[in-house]
Design a protein around this ligand. Structure first.
Ligand SMILES: Cc1ncc(COP(=O)(O)O)c(C=O)c1O
Length: 496
């Protein structure tokens, strides 16, 4: 019997319970090992703010962010050496633009012969947001930007330009009885009401894919289509905050009826066919450590409605970041981005990536820890209110901040509070705290970096803390409570 016949008698590897990773380690870095006592001493110095804790002292997993923390592939490291550091229109720019054309569509490609620029490279996502909302802020006063859940930097850049950000989270987001896979959707009913009431105050609508502020939950194609139709009906352009576009497409493929047989690239193309532009931080699904961009659809509603903005954007960018063909990035960064974009849309990569996050989250859930389900694409979100429900922890004790400090000091894993402290605000005059809708701690999983054993140790550490949750004391803010983006800056101490 031929081996080709024989092998058919065995199940295929895709049908096995445990799949080998679709990559292997190319080079590795040993961690430093620090004691609890040393970490605690350092955290004391850092005022319990985990952002200020030196990453070299993290002996466990650093789950502070999935942004810019990817381990690059050997092809990216090789591409780095081919970087062309010319002052304008370097080799990497053209390679990135080829990928933009291939992945997002011809309309987002900047034709060098066209006089009207529509692709702007930035050094990360937030300067792209700054540029877009600065342009929109100049259109008038009393403006609103509705979205399915603005990210913190997006919200800050909108507000900096005197525009009001409005979050229209899906009503299913925090409802456990809904097993929907698309809890990141925008609440269309509220959106429609807002449009009827205030459409002339809305210069643009924004869908964040996946919805980082809303549990890392994906947005369905149906919702994207509906929001696009509604927006366009009122002559309002729709944009994506597209950081995790490939992960979002994977969820559509897996869980949305009619998409199971479509490949990721086809799904991405359809998603982007509904929008008039997008901002992106390539530090996520670009698989790079630095990079971002702003892309306007040629012939799209945004370019039609605001014909003067592209040139103004170019001027603004040149003053702030440099020529749109490098936008604050070196030529070698652009080379790694061109390769990263190709890898990020590979199906076997996405399946492994999202399954790793899901397995980690489901293990926490199985052990009774209050994480949001179903698990999102890049991170696991734990409900702080539920975690501390039977303890003395009060909303203004910022339990999430206390939790992340103890997790880091006791077990060497870094997570981030994304809840009452990060998204809340404090009015110094009235001494009143305004709390957001959700109170999470987020465990963001860097791409291609950790293995199952690493994440298993985080599960065990969180379980230990849960068992002893009444030993975690409230925190007092010693500095920065009233500041914007206060979670990056504030300092705390434990109360008795
Ligand atoms: C949804 C979303 N938008 C925007 C940004 C900002 O990107 P950057 O950190 O590159 O400035 C982030 C970063 O985490 C994000 O998650």
């Amino acid at each position: 019997m031929k081996i080709s016949e024989l092998v058919k008698k065995f199940p295929e590897e895709k049908d096995m319970g445990v799949l080998s990773r679709p990559y292997f380690n190319h080079s590795i870095e040993f961690k430093n090992i620090f004691t609890q006592a040393k970490r605690a001493e350092m955290l004391e110095t850092a005022g319990l703010n985990v952002f200020f804790f030196p990453s070299e002292m993290i002996s466990g997993c650093d789950l502070l962010s999935d942004s810019g923390t990817t381990s690059m592939t050997n092809e990216q490291w090789a591409a780095l050496h081919l970087g062309d550091e010319a002052y304008g229109s370097n080799r990497g720019y053209f390679k990135v633009m080829e990928q933009v054309r291939e992945i997002f569509g011809e309309e987002f490609f900047n034709d060098p012969n066209s006089r009207r620029p529509n692709a702007f490279i930035f050094h990360q996502g937030r300067p792209a947001e700054d540029a877009l909302f600065t342009m929109l802020g100049r259109l008038g006063s009393g403006l609103i930007i509705p979205g399915n859940g603005h990210f913190d930097t997006t919200q800050a850049n909108i507000m900096r330009n005197n525009i009001q950000p409005m979050n229209l989270f899906s009503p299913e987001l925090m409802d456990e009885s809904f097993a929907s896979h698309f809890k990141g959707d925008m609440d269309v009913e509220r959106f429609e009401k807002l449009l009827k009431r205030s459409h002339n105050r809305i210069p643009l609508s924004l869908l964040t894919i996946t919805n980082n502020t809303g549990g890392g939950q994906p947005v369905s194609m149906g919702n994207i289509r509906e929001v696009s139709e509604l927006s366009h009906k009122y002559d309002i352009p729709l944009f994506f905050d597209a950081c995790r576009f490939a992960e979002n497409a994977w969820f559509v493929q897996q869980y949305e009826p009619g998409y199971r047989r479509k490949d990721i690239k086809t799904i991405v193309r359809e998603m982007f066919s509904y929008v008039d532009g997008f901002t992106i931080s390539f530090k996520k699904d670009g698989l790079v450590n630095m990079g971002g961009g702003l892309f306007l659809k040629d012939g799209g509603l945004f370019m039609k409605k605001y014909p003067d903005i592209p040139d103004a954007l170019m001027g603004y960018q040149i003053d702030k970041e440099g020529h749109p063909t490098y936008g604050g990035l070196s030529g070698r960064d652009l080379m790694t981005l061109a390769v990263g974009l190709k890898t990020a849309t590979r199906e076997e990569y996405l399946t492994y990536r999202i399954s790793q996050v899901r397995d980690f989250g489901e293990e926490l859930h199985r052990r009774g820890l209050p994480v949001m389900t179903p698990i999102g694409g890049h991170a696991v979100y734990m409900d702080v209110n539920k975690f501390f429900a039977d303890t003395r922890m009060q909303p203004e004790d910022f339990g999430g901040v206390a939790f992340t400090a103890v997790l880091l000091a006791a077990y060497g894993h870094r997570a981030i509070e994304m809840g009452y402290f990060a998204f809340g605000s404090y009015d110094k005059k009235t001494k009143k705290e305004t709390l957001p809708e959700f109170n999470f701690v987020r465990f963001a999983i860097p791409r291609l970096r950790y293995e199952k054993q690493d994440l298993d140790s985080v599960v065990e550490a969180v379980e230990f803390l849960y068992e002893d949750r009444d030993k975690i004391p409230p925190v007092r803010v010693t500095y920065g409570r009233e500041l914007p983006m206060r979670h990056f800056k504030a300092r705390f101490e434990f109360r008795k």
